[in-house]
Design a protein. Structure first.
Length: 253
């Protein structure tokens, strides 16, 4: 019998790579996307050797229209896609007034437009078969006002909101959808935006949160998916912070 298939965007490192390892270990064939060619091809080779699954690598810059089009064609043609994980993303740490305007466009393209289009195409096939699952990797920051990360937080809030609305639209089907809202997670994202993760956590959260591993985030996500939970916030402290923020907001209305 053919293996199930999972497609993961941004699987070169961090949470995407952890999802790739997890699904490969469960005998899924993978389609993984990224931009750092050597690193993602090395991951693919390791997973194929270790788990004897098929791993196809696509080098995709999600902010580029032509690249996104190629990926959309792949998703449309993969009629038996079981899991889509919209994970690719990047950080942007700057005061709102100092952000170079094209970065806003890029952030919306990667965090929102690409996931929306990929979901539209994948959902058509999944709904036709009445099975499949989509995980959109958002962030718990989307629940908060986030100084110096205004556009990042807003782009994640958008992704969370649209996922919750789509979930209502497809609630009578067997297709599962999740918005995954990790808190601080030890990956390459912080260093890539020019900040050490530990300094970043100290400055914005003090001792309020615990930094999680990508593997524990993936475990929480998959446990929540098995329970058909729509919103997954890994980590008790992260959940508590969101509860407090939600309460404060309600009280202020
Ligand atoms: N780490 C955290 O604390 C945290 C917390 C909450 C949410 N998240 C979210 O989790 C997701 C994964 O991030 P991570 O922390 O695992 O970071 P990471 O290790 O830096 O991985 C990010 C992945 O996204 C890909 N990517 C970034 N920009 C892209 C673009 N323009 N086009 C195509 N691919 C792109 C990267 O590809 P290349 O490496 O090949 O360039 C890489 O595979 C992101 O959506 C992030 O916002 C992270």
């Amino acid at each position: 019998m053919a293996n199930k298939i999972a497609l993961i965007t941004g699987a070169t490192s961090g949470i995407g790579a952890a999802f790739a390892k997890k699904f490969a270990s469960q005998n899924y064939d993978l389609i993984i996307t990224g931009r750092r060619e050597e690193k993602i091809k090395q991951l693919a080779a390791e997973l194929m050797a270790l788990y004897k699954v098929n791993v196809e690598v696509m080098l995709i810059e999600l902010a580029k229209k032509d690249d996104l089009e190629l990926l959309l064609q792949k998703v449309a043609a993969t009629k038996n896609l079981d899991i889509l994980i919209n994970n690719a993303g990047f950080g942007l740490l700057k005061k709102f007034i100092d952000v170079d305007p094209p970065l806003y466009t890029e952030m919306f393209a990667v965090h929102d437009y690409a996931p929306i289009r990929l979901m539209q195409v994948a959902l058509k096939n999944m709904l036709a078969k009445n099975k499949g699952a989509i995980i959109n990797v958002s962030s718990f920051v989307g629940f908060f006002p986030a100084p110096d990360r205004a556009s990042y937080a807003a782009s994640k809030a958008y992704l969370s909101s649209i996922t919750e609305s789509i979930a209502e639209e497809i609630k009578d089907s067997q297709v599962r959808i999740q918005v995954l809202c990790p808190g601080m997670t030890r990956t390459e994202i912080s260093e890539r935006k020019g900040a050490s993760l530990d300094e970043f956590v100290k400055k914005y959260y003090g001792r309020l949160i615990t930094v999680m591993t990508a593997e524990s985030v993936v475990e929480s996500s998959l446990q929540a998916l098995a329970r058909k939970k729509l919103v997954c916030i890994p980590g008790v402290r992260n959940k508590a912070l969101v509860w407090v923020r939600t309460l404060k907001r309600l009280i202020s209305l």
